[in-house]
Design a protein around this ligand. Structure first.
Ligand SMILES: Cc1cc2nc3c(=O)[nH]c(=O)nc-3n(C[C@H](O)[C@H](O)[C@H](O)COP(=O)(O)OP(=O)(O)OC[C@H]3O[C@@H](n4cnc5c(N)ncnc54)[C@H](O)[C@@H]3O)c2cc1C
Length: 438
């Protein structure tokens, strides 16, 4: 079986390793000139158990992450103490490890080439256009991120899921040299929720003699708002300098529930191309790695790519991958409901749930890890007592949690076999619940 993977993304490189090992002829096409120019040179947080689950070592240079402190819109803070904190991984080391793994297994990485789109014949993806040339394959894997040109080129009748504007998180990230002699801030890792009233977050993480600063907004971020929020961070911590150490880049992160169609005949999307991040909370590294394993399970059962390339890459077989995605990531649908709901809450309600003891430390940690909460009548009563005269503010939150639970249940009930009418009906139902449509 010949496989072309577009984008040496985290998921793409892991899929290359698994599928080359299973006997496929694998080519990865990456537009960056080389590994040193891929993505960005920062550290990001991940649950360390993911490496064990994927049979990979923890990347060199990883270190334990400190607890977050949340800053509510009104300025109050909430410290979070995690029982099992994530680790921060060095992205260059992670990339290096995945590249070595893919190449050792026999995959070929072609650097410095840009995929312009898919070649579609008789309703099936049969190859890609790369730098003006045509390349054919039995399966094309999309690991080109949320703005994948490959995905965007697929014809409408393939029904591949595309995002709406409010489903992307526009982010500015930079490491700023710390002002010498500045007072140490009380908290080292701070997240500002709905910072300056924007639908989004900002963060500051102290890292040696630099501060890792992120400013993000749902839908889009203009330079003026970005600078205002940067100034507000400096007003809170005079140590945040003006000189950039590195980073200083704009990104887009998907903050929606997983694609309801990440597949078409001859095509499958992984990682960000399939929106496999937890809305507003990241986790993209783990999800990209897991999606590679789920896809390999379907295309190369028993770690072997057999002779039946057409059967293995048919929509009926690739649907098994789509089902596994939903069995694994159904909770992301509930988190998306909560994200949409929380962003629409007024600041006073957010202040209440973050800075009072209405939520326990365990509940705040669960939310920060992308788990949904579910309260029984007894829990709600005790929370209402804690909220006192503000108890009525909990009503919209209870409604959001109910809808989140329902979204997870619909997501888990994805049709087991590919049946066009049943899949259409399931997608409509899920979209309606997650997006709160009538
Ligand atoms: C600022 C920021 C902070 C984040 N923090 C975290 C975090 O703390 N924890 C976490 O788990 N996740 C985090 N994420 C998310 C995480 O980085 C992504 O979810 C993850 O990298 C997705 O992997 P992927 O396999 O989808 O591909 P990506 O890593 O998106 O890589 C896509 C690759 O495709 C290539 N490409 C794109 N288009 C083409 C084309 N047309 N032709 C050829 N090549 C192409 C790109 O050059 C790139 O190398 C963060 C993301 C950002 C931007």
């Amino acid at each position: 079986m010949k496989i072309i993977i577009v984008g040496a993304g985290i998921g793409g490189l892991e899929a290359a390793r698994l599928l080359a090992y299973a006997g496929a002829e694998v080519f990865v096409v990456e537009r960056a000139a080389d590994a040193a120019h891929m993505r960005y040179d920062v550290t990001d947080d991940v649950d360390p158990s993911i490496f064990d689950r994927c049979g990979l070592p923890v990347p060199h240079g990883s270190f334990p992450k400190r607890d977050w402190t949340f800053v509510a819109p009104g300025g109050g803070v909430r410290e979070m103490h995690e029982a099992a904190p994530d680790i921060s991984v060095n992205r260059r080391e992670l990339d290096r490890m995945l590249i070595i793994g893919a190449e050792k297994a026999g995959a070929e990485i072609v650097w410095g080439v840009e995929c312009e789109g898919a070649i579609v014949e008789d309703g099936r993806v049969v190859g890609v256009k790369v730098d003006g040339e045509e390349a054919y394959a039995d399966l094309v894997i999309d690991s080109a991120g949320m703005n994948s040109a490959l995905k965007a080129s697929l014809p409408g009748e393939m029904k591949i899921t595309m995002h709406d504007d409010d489903e992307k998180f526009a982010v500015f990230r930079a490491y700023l040299k710390r002002n010498e002699g500045a007072e140490e801030p009380r908290y080292s890792d701070k997240v500002y929720l709905k910072h300056l009233g924007e639908k989004g977050i900002s963060w500051v993480i102290r890292r040696g003699d630099a501060d890792d600063v992120l400013i993000g907004a749902v839908g889009g971020l203009n330079i003026g708002d970005m600078n205002k929020r940067l100034e507000a961070l400096r007003a809170d911590d005079a140590g945040i300098g003006a000189k950039y150490e590195h980073g200083q880049t704009f990104f887009n992160i998907p903050v929606r529930f997983p694609a309801t169609r990440a597949i078409a005949p001859g095509y499958a999307a992984l990682g960000d191309a399939a929106y496999l991040t937890i809305p507003m909370l990241g986790s993209g590294i783990a999800s990209a790695l897991i999606s590679a394993h789920l896809l390999a399970e379907c295309v190369a059962p028993n770690h072997t790519c057999g002779d039946d390339a057409l059967g293995m890459t048919s929509i009926e077989n690739l649907w098994k991958y789509q089902v596994l995605l939903y069995k694994t990531f159904a909770e992301h649908c509930g988190v998306d409901v909560m994200k949409r709901g929380v962003l629409s809450l007024d600041d006073a309600t957010l202040d209440l749930i973050l800075t009072s003891d209405v939520l326990t430390n365990e509940e705040v940690c669960a939310l920060a890890k992308g788990r949904t909460l579910s309260f029984g009548v007894g829990d709600l009563l005790s929370k209402a007592i804690k909220a006192g005269r503000h108890a009525f503010k909990l009503l919209p939150i209870a409604a959001i949690l109910r809808r989140a639970k329902k979204a997870i249940s619909v997501a888990e009930n994805i049709p087991k076999e590919f049946d066009a009418a049943a899949v259409d009906a399931w997608e409509r139902k899920l979209n309606k619940i997650v997006k709160g449509e009538r």
